[in-house]
Design a protein. Structure first.
Lengths: 582, 320, 167
C-alpha cells in the first residue's frame, strides 16, 4: 500500500466518503476534496488526533475557478481554498481542498488551530475577497488598504492599460492621506497600559536595519518591545498574477526575482513543478548542473546574510569581505550563465546552454579558496564575544513553536530537527550527493547563524562532488515540451515544423493538471504550485515562500526583547522582502 | 608684551591645528577603514584623495541648514555647539610639549573631567530638541551611557593622581621621567581608555547613534554644518581622549632626544587615533543594557580595587 | 571697581536672573537649562574666591551629572500642560511652610556670620585641592566619613525602592 492509499484509508474510515473525495494530481501529493462544513474537523484530526499527525501548515491559498477551460471537473465551484499540510513522521504532504460557491464566498478560519494561518487567510482575503469567519484581524495584507478590488480574481485587470488612466482627485488624496494616518487600534495595539503610555516607533519602511521596504510598528515601553506588527506588501509586484499572463517559458525570469538572492534556485522550484506537469525527465547532466548552480547561489545568499547580520550588530567590516567572496561566486555564475544575480538560466527540460570551456578550473579555484575564508570569518564573527552576547539566548523559539508557525529551512534546523528537503524528499538528483545536515539545538539567533555557516561548508562539498562527477550528455531533455524546442527535432515533416513553430512563438502547451514542487531554498522551503488548464500560460501560479511565515512569527518571538534585539532577530531570520511580498 | 603675543599665538595655533586635525581625520578614517575592509576608499580628489576633506567640508557648508518645524529651535541650535566648545576647552590643559600648553591648571585633570561631562548635553539636548522618537531614544541611551562611564573615567585616573601627587597634567607628565604610568597603572589605563571610547560614543560604544537600530540616533534630524559640528566634535573627542591618554599614561612629550618633544606627542597620539579607527573596523556593538552592566558590574569594582591596591602600595612604600 | 568686583556683580546678576527664569520658564527642559546656567555662574563665583576645586566639582557633579539626570527624567516623563497634575491647596500650603522655614534658617545663618572673618580672607589658598584635602581628612575626618555613610544609606534606599517597583 502506498502512503497515499494508507492515508486515504485512514481518512475514509474516520470521516466517510460523503466528506472526502480523492483526486489524482500530477505531483502525486495525496489530494482530497473536503466538504466545506467538515474542513475544520478534518484539519483538527490531521493535526492532533491522527497517529502520525500533520503538524505543519505548509501553505494556504485560493484559486478563482470561474474562467477555467476545464471548469466542469468535480466538484462544481467558483473558488477553491487549498490547504497544504506536512507530516514529519510520514514524510508526506497532504492537500485538502474546499469548493466555494458564490461571488464573494466565505470560509471558516483556521487561526485557532494554527496561528500561522492568520497571514495566509488575510492574503486570500486580500487577493480574492474570500472572507474567513472568525478571523481576529481580517485586513488587507499585501495591497494598500485603499485598494479597489481583489487582484487575483480573474476579472481584475492584469495590465495597467486595462485599468484606464490614473487620476488623483483631491478626494482621493484625502482618503489616501487619511489611510496613512497611524491609528494603533487599527493594528490591534493599545495606546497605554495601566501605568504607562506606550511609544509607537515605526521601524521602516525606510530604515537601515530592515534590509528593504518593510515597516515594523513597535509598541514600546522604554526600549522594551510590548508588541510588534510587521506591515508588509511594499515590495509586492503581483508575481502570481503575472504568471497568469506569461507563457510557461517567459515566466522564468520573474521567478528569479522572488528570492532575489537565490538566483537560479527560484527557477528550479518553478521548473520542477512544470516538469512534473509536463512529465519531463531531465538528463543527468542537467540535474548536476542545476544542483551546482543552486549550491553556488546558496553560498552567495548565505554570504549576504552573514555579512549583513554582522553589520546589523554593528560589526562593519565582515560585510565587505563577504561581498568580495560573493563577487567571486558571481564571476563563476557570470562565466557560466552570462548573468549575475538573476541569470534566468534554467529552462523547461534543461538549462539554457552547456557549461563553457574552463568552468571546472574556475570552480576548482573557488573550492580551494573558500574554506580558508570561512574559517577566518568564523574567528571574526562567530567567536566574537560581543557577537555572542548579542545573539545567544535572543529570539528563542522551540521546535514545537517553529512547526506551529510554519518555520522551515535553517530556522527549523536550529531547533534541533534534522530535516532537509534535499535529503528527505530529494529532487534534481540530490539523493546522489553526500553531505551532512547541520543542526543546532537552542533555536536562538546564534544557533541559526551556526546552521547557516555550516551549510556553506556542506554546499561547498556538494559543489566539489558536482565538479568531480559531472556526467556527460545533453543539456536539455528530448521531451517535446522542452523549451526552447530542440532544432534537431524539426524540419523532418510538416508536423514537426508546426510543433516547433508553435512552441517557439506561443510557448509550450503544458498538459492539464496541477503540481507542486518543494525545494530547500536558501531561506527555507520554496514551492511553486502550478495549475494548468491546457493552455500556453498557467491558470494559477502559487508561490509559497519561506520568508512569509518567518516574518509572521516576528511579533511572537520579539516580545519582551529590546529594540536592539529586534535587529538581531531580524538579521538571524534571513528574509528578503521580495520573498515575503512576491 | 611679547609674552602675551606669544601666548595668543599658541592659542590660535593650537585651535588652528586642532580644527585641521578634525577635518583631516575624515580622510584618515575613511582611508584606513577602506584599507582594513579591502576597499579603496576616497581616492579621486587630489593626491591620495586628500581633497575629499575640502569637498566634504564644502558640502557640509552648502547643504541646506534645515531646522525641522517641530523642533525646539533654540535648543536645537545650541546642542551641536556644546560638544565642540566643551571638547575644545578641554584642550586648554593638554601639555603638547614643554612650551606648548595653553594653561597649566592645578586642577587640570578635574577640568578635563568637568568639560567631558558637559559633552553629554550635546547629545541629550540635540536628541530632545529634534522631537523625533529615534533621536529621543538615542539621547536617553547617550545620557545614561555617558554618565555611567564618567564615573569610571574619573576614578580610573585617581591612581595616576596618587602616583604623581597632582592634578596638573604638566606635573603628571614630568613624573613619568623614569617610567610611563601605563606600567604602574595598566588597569587604570585600560579602564580609562574604555571609558574614553564610551565618552566619545565611537564603535563599539556608538549606542546613542546605532545606525542599524536608531538610524542616526540623536543627530537624525541634523543636516549641514550643524551635523558637521557633531562630526567635528566626535573627531575632536577622539583626539582629546588620545592625547589625554598619552599625557597620563604614555609619558606625554617624553621620548628619546632625536625627535623634538612635540613630535613624540604627535606620534603617540596618532597611534591611539588609529587604534580608535581600528576598533571601529573590527568590533560589533553590544546592547545598551549589556554596556551598562559591563560598566557597573565589572569596570566599577575593578576601578575601586585598582584604587585600593595603588593606595595601599604607595602607603607601604612611603612608610618611614 | 576692580575686574574681580565687576565680574562678581556680573555673575551674581546672571545667577539671580537665570534662577528666576528657572521658576518662570514654561517648558521644564528650559527650566533645567537655566538651572545649569545658574550652576555655571556659581562656579565662576567659586573661582573668584580661589576655590577652584569646589568650582570644578560643582560643574562635574551638578552640571555634568545631576542635571543630566534631571533632563533624563523630564524627557522620560514627557511633561506637558495637560498631563501636569493639579496641585491641591494642601500641597500649596505645605510648599509655603517649607519654603518659609528654609528662608528663616538661611537668614538666621547669614546673620550669625561675620562678614569680615571669612575663611578665604584668612587663608587665600584654602580652596586648593591640597589644603582642602588636609582639612577634610584631618580636621573633619569624622564628619566627612559620617556624610559618606549617609550617602551610602541613601543609595541603598534608592536601590531598594527601585527594586520594589519591579517585583
Amino acid at each position: 500500500m502506498t502512503p497515499t492509499e494508507k492515508l486515504a484509508t485512514e481518512l475514509m474510515l474516520k470521516f466517510g466518503d460523503s466528506v472526502l473525495t480523492q483526486q489524482q494530481t500530477a505531483d502525486e501529493v495525496a489530494t482530497f476534496w473536503v466538504a466545506k462544513t467538515h474542513i475544520l474537523p478534518v484539519l483538527a484530526y490531521l493535526k492532533k488526533e491522527s497517529p502520525e499527525p500533520f503538524p505543519l501548515l505548509y501553505d494556504l491559498f485560493a484559486l478563482d475557478e470561474r474562467s477555467r477551460s476545464d471548469h466542469k471537473t468535480y466538484p462544481s465551484k467558483d473558488f477553491t481554498v487549498v490547504y497544504h499540510l506536512l507530516s514529519f513522521k510520514r514524510n508526506q504532504f497532504i492537500r485538502l481542498k474546499i469548493a466555494l460557491k458564490g461571488e464573494y464566498p466565505s470560509a471558516q478560519t483556521l487561526t485557532h488551530l494554527w496561528p500561522s494561518a492568520s497571514w495566509y487567510e488575510r492574503e486570500v482575503y486580500d487577493m480574492f475577497g474570500i472572507r474567513f469567519e472568525g478571523h481576529p484581524h481580517l485586513q488587507r495584507i499585501l495591497m494598500p488598504l485603499t485598494w479597489q478590488g481583489h487582484p487575483l480574481r480573474k476579472e481584475h485587470p492584469a495590465r495597467a492599460t486595462e485599468m484606464g488612466p490614473f487620476k488623483l482627485w483631491d478626494e482621493k488624496v484625502d482618503t489616501e492621506q487619511d489611510a496613512l494616518q497611524f491609528k494603533p487600534e487599527q493594528w490591534g495595539l493599545q495606546r497605554h497600559s495601566d501605568d504607562a503610555d506606550f511609544m509607537f516607533l515605526n521601524i521602516g519602511p525606510q530604515h537601515p536595519g530592515t534590509h528593504g521596504v518593510l515597516r515594523i510598528i513597535l509598541q514600546l515601553d522604554g526600549e522594551d518591545i510590548i508588541d510588534a506588527v510587521p506591515d508588509i506588501g511594499f515590495h509586492h509586484r503581483g508575481a502570481e498574477k503575472m504568471g497568469e499572463r506569461q507563457s510557461w517559458h517567459t515566466y522564468i525570469p520573474y521567478t528569479d526575482r522572488i528570492d532575489y538572492l537565490g538566483g537560479v534556485m527560484n527557477n528550479l522550484a518553478y521548473l520542477l513543478a512544470v516538469e512534473k506537469l509536463a512529465g519531463i525527465e531531465v538528463p543527468d547532466r542537467v540535474k548536476v548542473i542545476r544542483v551546482m548552480m543552486c549550491e553556488f547561489f546558496r553560498i552567495a545568499s548565505h554570504l549576504v546574510w552573514y555579512g549583513t547580520f554582522a553589520q546589523d550588530l554593528g560589526q562593519l567590516s565582515p560585510v565587505f569581505y563577504m561581498f568580495t567572496d560573493r563577487e567571486k561566486i558571481f564571476d563563476i555564475v557570470e562565466a557560466i550563465t552570462g548573468g549575475r544575480m538573476h541569470p534566468n538560466w534554467f529552462r523547461i527540460g534543461g538549462v539554457a546552454q552547456d557549461l563553457p570551456n574552463g568552468w571546472d578550473k574556475m570552480v576548482a579555484e573557488f573550492i580551494a579558496y573558500f574554506p580558508k575564508r570561512l574559517k577566518e570569518y568564523h574567528n571574526m564573527v562567530m567567536r566574537n564575544s560581543i557577537f555572542k552576547a548579542r545573539t545567544v539566548g535572543i529570539g528563542i523559539y522551540t521546535l514545537e513553536e517553529a512547526i506551529e508557525w510554519g518555520v522551515t529551512g535553517p530556522g527549523l534546523r536550529a531547533c534541533g530537527l534534522e530535516w532537509d528537503m534535499r535529503k528527505k524528499q530529494p529532487y534534481s538528483g540530490y539523493e546522489n550527493f553526500e553531505f551532512d545536515i547541520p543542526i543546532a539545538q537552542n533555536g536562538d539567533c546564534y544557533d541559526r547563524a551556526v546552521v547557516r555557516e555550516q551549510e556553506m561548508i556542506q554546499s561547498l562539498r556538494i559543489i566539489e562532488q558536482c565538479l568531480k562527477h559531472m556526467p556527460e550528455g545533453p543539456y536539455k531533455s528530448d521531451n517535446s515540451h522542452a523549451t526552447p524546442p530542440l532544432k534537431k527535432n524539426t524540419m523532418q515533416d510538416i508536423e514537426t515544423l508546426i510543433n516547433h513553430f508553435l512552441n517557439v512563438s506561443w510557448g509550450p502547451v503544458i498538459p492539464k493538471g496541477e503540481a507542486m514542487s518543494c525545494i530547500e531554498a536558501t531561506k527555507g522551503w520554496n514551492s511553486y504550485y502550478m495549475v494548468s488548464d491546457g493552455n500556453t500560460s498557467p491558470y494559477r501560479s502559487r508561490i509559497r515562500t519561506p520568508s512569509f511565515p518567518h516574518m509572521q512569527m516576528l511579533p511572537y518571538i520579539s516580545k519582551g526583547y529590546t529594540v536592539a534585539d529586534l535587529l538581531s532577530i531580524l538579521g538571524s531570520m534571513d528574509y528578503v522582502l521580495a520573498d515575503i511580498d512576491r | 608684551m611679547s609674552e602675551t603675543l606669544n601666548y595668543w599665538l599658541v592659542i590660535v595655533g593650537i585651535l588652528f591645528v586642532l580644527l585641521n586635525i578634525a577635518a583631516f581625520l575624515i580622510w584618515v578614517e575613511r582611508r584606513m577603514l577602506a584599507l582594513w575592509q579591502d576597499r579603496l576608499g576616497p581616492n579621486r580628489a587630489g593626491p591620495f584623495g586628500l581633497l575629499i576633506i575640502l569637498a566634504d567640508t564644502l558640502k557640509l557648508f552648502f547643504k541646506e541648514d534645515w531646522i525641522p518645524p517641530f523642533a525646539d529651535r533654540h535648543v536645537f541650535v545650541i546642542a551641536p555647539a556644546v560638544i565642540v566648545i566643551s571638547v575644545l576647552l578641554s584642550f586648554a590643559i593638554i601639555p603638547f610639549a614643554p612650551a606648548i600648553q595653553i594653561v597649566d591648571l592645578n586642577i587640570g585633570l578635574l577640568f578635563f573631567l568637568g568639560m567631558s561631562s558637559l559633552g553629554v548635553y550635546s547629545i541629550v539636548l540635540g536628541g530632545w530638541a529634534s522631537n523625533n522618537k529615534y533621536s529621543l531614544l538615542g539621547a536617553l541611551r547617550g545620557a545614561s551611557q555617558m554618565i555611567s562611564y564618567e564615573v569610571f573615567m574619573g576614578l580610573s585616573l585617581m591612581g595616576v593622581v596618587m602616583l604623581s601627587g597632582s592634578f596638573s597634567l604638566r606635573t603628571i607628565v614630568e613624573a613619568q621621567k623614569d617610567y610611563w604610568f601605563v606600567l604602574l597603572q595598566p588597569v587604570g589605563f585600560v579602564i580609562f581608555f574604555i571609558a574614553g571610547i564610551a565618552e566619545t560614543h565611537r564603535l563599539p560604544f556608538d549606542i546613542p547613534e546605532a545606525e542599524s537600530e536608531l538610524v542616526a540616533g540623536f543627530h537624525s534630524e541634523y543636516s549641514g554644518m550643524k551635523f558637521g559640528m557633531f562630526f567635528i566634535g566626535e573627531y575632536l573627542g577622539i583626539t582629546l581622549i588620545s592625547s589625554i591618554t598619552v599625557a597620563l599614561f604614555f609619558g606625554g612629550w617624553l621620548g628619546p632626544a632625536f625627535l623634538p618633544p612635540l613630535a613624540w606627542f604627535a606620534i603617540k597620539t596618532a597611534g591611539f587615533i588609529l587604534f580608535f579607527i581600528l576598533l571601529r573596523a573590527s568590533l560589533p556593538r553590544p546592547r545598551y543594557d549589556q554596556l551598562m552592566e559591563y560598566g557597573w558590574k565589572i569596570l566599577l569594582p575593578l576601578t575601586l580595587l585598582n584604587l585600593l591596591v595603588t593606595g595601599g602600595i604607595i602607603l607601604f612604600l612611603n612608610q618611614p | 571697581m576692580t575686574i574681580t568686583q565687576s565680574l562678581f556683580y556680573f555673575l551674581a546678576f546672571v545667577a539671580i536672573f537665570s534662577s528666576l527664569l528657572v521658576v518662570t520658564a514654561k517648558n521644564p527642559i528650559h527650566s533645567v537649562l537655566y538651572l545649569i546656567l545658574t550652576f555655571f555662574t556659581l562656579t565662576g563665583e567659586y573661582i573668584l574666591l580661589n576655590a577652584q576645586f569646589i568650582g570644578i566639582v560643582n560643574i562635574i557633579v551638578y552640571a555634568g551629572a545631576i542635571m543630566v539626570l534631571f533632563l533624563f527624567v523630564i524627557m522620560l516623563l514627557n511633561l506637558n500642560v495637560e498631563s501636569e497634575p493639579q496641585k491641591t491647596n494642601l500641597m500649596k500650603f505645605i510648599g509655603i511652610i517649607t519654603g518659609g522655614i528654609g528662608l528663616v534658617v538661611l537668614t538666621a545663618a547669614l546673620k550669625s556670620t561675620d562678614p569680615s572673618n571669612t575663611v578665604v580672607i584668612q587663608e587665600v589658598d584654602m580652596g586648593l585641592v591640597k589644603n582642602l584635602g588636609q582639612v577634610l581628612f584631618k580636621e573633619f575626618l569624622l564628619p566627612f566619613e559620617i556624610v559618606s555613610i549617609l550617602f551610602l544609606s541613601a543609595m541603598v534606599g534608592a536601590v531598594l525602592l527601585a527594586r520594589k517597583e519591579t517585583k
